[in-house]
Design a protein around this ligand. Structure first.
Ligand code: XMP
Length: 325
């Protein structure tokens, strides 16, 4: 089949159209895979989650979803994947906690591109190892969406599983490959996925690995997860979460001097970044209210061990990229 969306295809803008798409795809998937098993790398992002929910509807337990926790996911994410897919949707979910393996392989690695390569490679290794243990899997489902096909240089290049070893020999199932992101979200809502999963902000494939700058250490990674969690929580409370494209924290290398009870203490610096963009090629700064910044700062200083300074990055892209690495 040509990789071009049928120009007559209606844009999915509401629940009725989303349901029609779901019914059509459920039939198509059943016809394509029959009683064979389908494997999916379920990251918990909107695209793979929607594909998983569609496949569960079509073939139930014949979908084998593998969630690889590389230890670089945001706080609460692996738990949400398990809750939504294993408990609510009764999926056949294999959860692999590979965080130690990833951290070991990343030990002492400073260069951002090397870090990306390692994360991508270890991801494929772990996924392929799990896939080889399974019997009777003939298909691989992927959350490819239409912009991935249009943009030859998709930003997702680091994260897809296109680099799987050939001996696994899968045929592809890509049920949302002609949908735009807003349509994927409509379908996700119609399938009953939680709102915050469907409207999750974009997250880089290498995850928090490119926000824990330089050589990743467990204590800076922990500080990153905690500061990011507080920032997201406050964004949600202030209803800024649907207004801003990406907002996150970064923990640079090095330490800052602080003073507690008259004693000098060295701690980490947390950076707050919040940007808006249409295509990720350029980005502007979201001018967060001062009172909001103060609230987040106070919470971080009080709640996150080892962080004693919070700064706000107001660099637009260009020159600064959205991520620091
Ligand atoms: P930059 O930092 O290049 O980011 O301005 C643009 C967008 O791409 C995301 N990003 C990545 N996504 N793998 C991904 O899947 C990556 O290695 C990667 N690096 C950056 C970034 O979060 C932003 O949305």
């Amino acid at each position: 089949m040509a990789n071009i969306r049928d120009p007559k295809m209606k844009r999915i803008t509401n629940k009725t159209l989303a349901n029609a798409f779901i019914n059509e795809q459920v039939k198509a998937i059943k016809k394509q895979v029959g009683s064979k098993k389908v494997l999916l790398a379920l990251s918990g992002g909107v695209d793979s989650s929607v594909v998983a929910a569609l496949l569960i509807k079509a073939i139930g337990k014949n979908l084998v979803a593998v969630h690889v926790n590389h230890g670089l996911l945001r706080k609460g994410e692996p738990e949400q994947v398990i809750k939504v897919f294993r408990h609510n949707l009764k999926a056949n979910l294999i959860y692999v906690d590979a965080s130690k393996e990833f951290l070991n392989k990343l030990k002492g690695v400073n260069d951002p591109e090397k870090k990306r390569k390692i994360i991508g490679k270890v991801f494929i290794d772990v996924f392929a190892r799990e896939a080889k243990k399974l019997k009777g899997v003939a298909y691989l489902a992927q959350g490819t969406i239409y912009p991935d096909i249009i943009e030859s240089k998709g930003v997702k290049a680091h994260h897809n599983v296109g680099g799987l070893p050939k001996d696994l020999n899968f045929k592809l199932v890509e049920p949302v490959k002609f949908l735009y992101k807003d349509e994927v979200r409509q379908v996700g809502l119609a399938l009953g996925l939680p709102h915050d999963m469907v409207y999750r902000q974009p997250f880089p494939g290498p995850g928090l690995g490119v926000r824990c700058l330089g050589a990743i250490t467990l204590d800076r990674l922990t500080a990153l997860k905690e500061t990011d969690y507080i920032l997201r929580d406050e964004f949600k409370k202030a209803k800024l979460d649907q207004k801003v494209w990406q907002y996150f924290t970064i923990i640079p290398e090095g330490k800052s001097t602080g003073v507690i009870n008259g004693k000098r203490l060295y701690g980490y610096v947390a950076v707050i970044r919040a940007v808006n963009t249409k295509d990720a090629m350029s980005a502007t700064i979201e001018e967060l209210p001062y009172a909001f910044l103060k609230k987040v700062t106070n919470r971080i200083l009080k709640e996150v061990k080892n962080v004693n300074r919070v700064v706000y990055d107001i660099t637009p892209k260009p020159i600064g990229t959205i991520e620091w690495e």
